[in-house]
Design a protein around this ligand. Structure first.
Ligand SMILES: [Zn+2]
Length: 849
């Protein structure tokens, strides 16, 4: 039984047999709150008349199927989410009339009723295989076709799809019909439908290739937060940059961006109809990293219009290329075309750490993953596919040169427009434009797993000059590949109280040991920084003197990218049990106050909190928590009024608060008896303050309900669910567990909020029963609750606060015997790896010598 799965081989067989001429899709959104009418007409040719194939349709009630005018009985033909088709002609017309189900998990056509005003909002989300939840499809990216949508919906609704929205025709009392023009040829997964009582704003971008209408949409209850001038500015900057960079006019006519509720990811590149999570419209004060990240998301989706939508991967094996290219392009565009010129520093401070972490989990995989079926694809939207891929693509750009890279890309867009391609096609284009052999580079970087570690190795004479210098390259035992790296090396001296770069060099590292003759005779610097300029994708190590310099004086290093590399090295050494959690927390307290990078300021306090909770020795933890609470309070109080530092440290202080004095501070901030100049205690900060009081048992249901009454929105409901789950009682955990893994009526984002709040360090006594419950759920949840619910629950409900050898042994036994599918087991293996890492780090913190 395939269930909802589909293999690469099945898709290849179907693609060899069929060509799709067109889809015509009639959707009726006026038939009720749980289902909608869906009639699909697919015209397609078959290269071997007489043969058989199947179409895809998930969870539908099928009323009628006709193939070439002949009726097929749904009772026999529709099974297991597939419609069997036999006796194909050379030219075929398939008509399927069905009722499909609205989604509450963000997969397919999601239906949302806004608690703020009871208005109705729908949006589709189809990647990877969920168009088949809304209409009958051949659900694979390489069967492209033009799509014609005809949508019946309540009069007065906004209805948006890939083609420009037509003037609706009133066809009945309060009911209208929207007949969209056919789209350009595209894949099913980037088709889209958004409908409901949305607020709409229209602008026009006047570009070098002509006008592009720009729509912005959001819920009515969010209109006051829609900072549309800023969004239009970024969108126009993006189009001006990409149309020029790619030398290809934007291919899909108009460009709508729709901010939608209960969205599972950041955003989705539906052709001309981009959906984004509406948390990107700030309802509370946000720091610069929020706006920087949002700009990158907007540019990422826009880059996909060319790379992904115009030219599309043949199968999901090239998902990495799709995402890595959009990532590289969005950072490149942010730096070159927007005010966020420091975006590559943020990439180092946040994104790259995601890649390094993912690459050291047992689930790591080659960037070019073997996505043999849909289940394999769905768990690979990860730090390898996005962040490692982008890091490596950045190297490829350096390897062939930006101009050669762009020349190759431009030819590739023209050669493969409105069709499908594979990575080898792009590689061939780049080899042609650069004149370089790239096959071995691709083998080394894309088809192997794991991250290398680079460390300096040197000897000094009695005056402190290098008499030898080499870069030592190592690899994890399971992934022994050593790679070629372009590596910067920076030498920094202490000059009048600052760390100042004396010189830097660039070398090619290859093999286990690379001699660096250029440094012989140089005085040993206070700080020797490998990967200066962040050209390489590798973990770096600091020698003893450099580590001491960083611990004492990181704040005196002026270059933000060099600082980001030092932060990264220290965090990585802490995770690898080479630096104690206590020393890491001390470093954060000494230097984060003067950090200037937006992602540095917002993310590094979170690393410190993780070091305390997971990586500190149990005997040291209480003292370290006290040091952190006190230290972050001092940074918060000292921060400039109204600054991002003040906001970031206020959040960190709220999360750290556990002493009587600190909790009293939080109560004062909440009830207004304590205030700090420049700090707005707004809606989202209020929830954060309340959460800490709830976690500590200083506030309960009454206060949580009262907060929801002040914030009667979907965000408020999500916060409410999380706050209830944070309570330190057996009953609270039992209720939260039922909502997170058992009930089917909890919408996706509310479930996620509850899941994220469940496992709390310090609440071990209430969490102990959930080891066995978690493992029991992991056996079957994927099949019973679907990809979205199961992946969220299994990833974050792993009992990390209960780290112990006993837990590892129990999980090992489960991994041996459980019938769970590979996707479910992947999350359990990852949780196990986190626990093993934590235990090693705790031992280092107990004995730092
Ligand atoms: Zn993407």
């Amino acid at each position: 039984m395939p269930g909802t799965n589909l293999t690469r081989d099945e898709a290849a067989t179907r693609a060899a047999l069929l060509d799709v001429t067109s889809y015509s899709i009639d959707l009726d959104l006026t038939t009720g709150d749980t289902t909608f009418g869906s009639t699909t007409t697919i015209e397609f040719t078959c290269s071997q008349p007489g043969s058989s194939t199947f179409a895809d349709l998930v969870g539908a009630t099928v009323h009628e199927i006709t193939l070439n005018g002949e009726s097929i009985d749904p009772a026999t033909a529709y099974a297991d989410h597939r419609i069997a088709l036999s006796g194909l002609a050379a030219d075929n017309v398939l008509v399927v009339r069905a009722d499909c189900t609205y989604s509450r998990t963000g997969e397919g056509l999601h239906r949302f009723v806004d608690p703020a005003d009871d208005r109705v909002y729908l949006y589709s989300q189809f990647e990877v295989p969920d168009a088949r939840r809304v209409y009958t499809t051949f659900e694979q990216p390489d069967l492209k076709a033009p799509f014609t949508f005809n949508v019946t919906a309540p009069t007065g609704w906004k209805v948006v799809s890939n083609s420009a929205t037509p003037e609706p025709k009133e066809i009945g009392e309060g009911v209208s019909l929207w007949n969209f023009a056919p789209t350009k040829p595209m894949s099913t997964y980037i088709t889209a439908l958004v409908a409901g009582e949305y607020h709409e704003v229209q602008h026009v971008y006047r570009g070098k290739h002509g006008d592009i209408p720009l729509g912005h949409y959001c819920r009515q209850s969010l209109v006051e937060h829609l900072d549309v001038e800023e969004l239009v500015k970024l969108t126009e900057q993006g189009f001006a940059f990409f149309e020029d960079l790619f030398d290809y006019p934007y291919p899909f006519g108009k460009y709508d961006q729709l901010y939608v509720p209960e969205y599972n990811m950041g955003a989705m590149e539906n052709a001309g109809c981009v959906t984004l999570r509406d948390e990107y419209l700030p309802r509370s004060r946000q720091d610069r990293s929020f706006y920087e990240f949002r700009a990158e998301v907007i540019l990422h989706e826009m880059a996909h219009m060319w790379f992904g939508d115009l030219v599309t991967m043949r199968w999901w094996d090239d998902l990495w290329l799709n995402e890595s290219f959009a990532e590289w392009a969005c950072y490149h565009a942010a730096v070159e075309a927007t005010e966020f010129t420091e975006s590559w520093v943020g990439f180092t401070n946040a994104r790259k750490n995601w890649a390094y972490r993912q690459d050291q989990l047992p689930s790591t995989h080659p960037i070019a993953a073997d996505n043999y079926d849909l289940q394999a694809v769905e768990v690979n939207f990860d730090g390898i596919t996005y962040a490692k891929g982008a890091s490596v693509l950045k190297q490829l750009v350096a390897w062939v040169g930006l101009e050669n890279f762009l020349e190759g890309i431009r030819g590739y867009f023209k050669d493969f427009e409105f069709s499908n391609s594979e990575f080898t096609d792009l590689l061939a284009a780049l080899e042609k434009s650069s004149g370089r052999e790239l096959e071995s580079w691709a083998q080394e970087w894309l088809q192997t797993s794991g991250v290398n570690t680079l460390a300096p190795e040197f000897e000094l004479d009695e005056d402190g000059r290098f008499t030898s210098f080499a870069v030592r390259q190592t690899a994890a035992a399971d992934y022994p590949t050593l790679r070629r790296h372009r590596l910067g090396i920076g030498l920094y001296d202490e000059v009048e109280g600052r760390l100042v770069r004396r010189t830097s060099i660039e070398i090619d590292v290859e093999g286990a040991k690379t001699q660096v003759h250029d440094l012989i005779g140089q005085q040993q610097p206070a700080l020797l920084l490998l990967n200066e300029g962040d050209l390489a994708y590798a973990k770096i190590r600091l020698d003893d003197r450099s580590l001491a310099t960083v611990v004492d004086g990181l704040a005196t290093l002026d270059d933000p990218l060099a600082r980001a590399l030092c932060w990264g090295a220290a965090w990585d050494m802490t995770r690898d049990a080479e630096m104690s959690a206590t020393a890491f927390v001390k470093l954060v307290l000494s230097a984060v106050g003067s950090e200037t990078d937006a992602f540095g300021v917002s993310r590094i306090p979170g690393y410190a909190a993780q070091a305390i909770n997971a990586y500190s020795a149990p005997d040291n933890r209480a003292a370290l928590k006290a040091t952190w609470e006190q230290g972050i309070r001092e940074l918060f109080v000292a921060a400039e009024a109204g600054s991002d530092h003040q906001l970031s440290f206020a959040r960190a202080y709220a999360s750290a608060a556990h002493s009587d004095q600190a909790l009293t501070d939080l109560e004062g901030l909440l009830d207004g008896t304590v205030s700090f100049e420049g700090l707005a205690v707004d809606t989202d900060l209020r929830w954060l303050l309340l959460n800490s009081l709830v976690k500590a048992g200083r506030a309960g249901v009454e206060a949580i309900d009262a907060e929801l009454a002040r914030d009667n929105t979907i965000s408020g409901q999500e916060h409410h669910g999380a706050a209830l789950a944070l309570r330190p009682t057996a009953e609270a955990k039992a209720d939260a567990w039922a909502s997170a893994v058992e009930r089917d009526d909890i919408p996706n984002e509310t479930q996620r909020s509850i899941v994220l709040a469940f496992q709390v360090f310090g609440q071990e006594e209430f969490l102990a029963p959930y080891v066995e419950k978690y493992l029991a759920v992991a056996d079957t949840m994927w099949e019973e609750k679907g990809t979205q619910r199961a992946s969220t629950a299994l990833e974050y409900l792993f009992p990390r606060p209960l780290a112990s050898q006993q837990l590892l042994d129990r999980v090992d036994a489960w991994l041996e015997s459980s019938p769970a599918n590979p996707a479910a087991k992947r999350y359990v293996r990852e949780g196990r790896a986190d626990v093993a890492r934590a235990l090693a780090a705790q031992a280092k913190d107990a004995d730092p010598s």
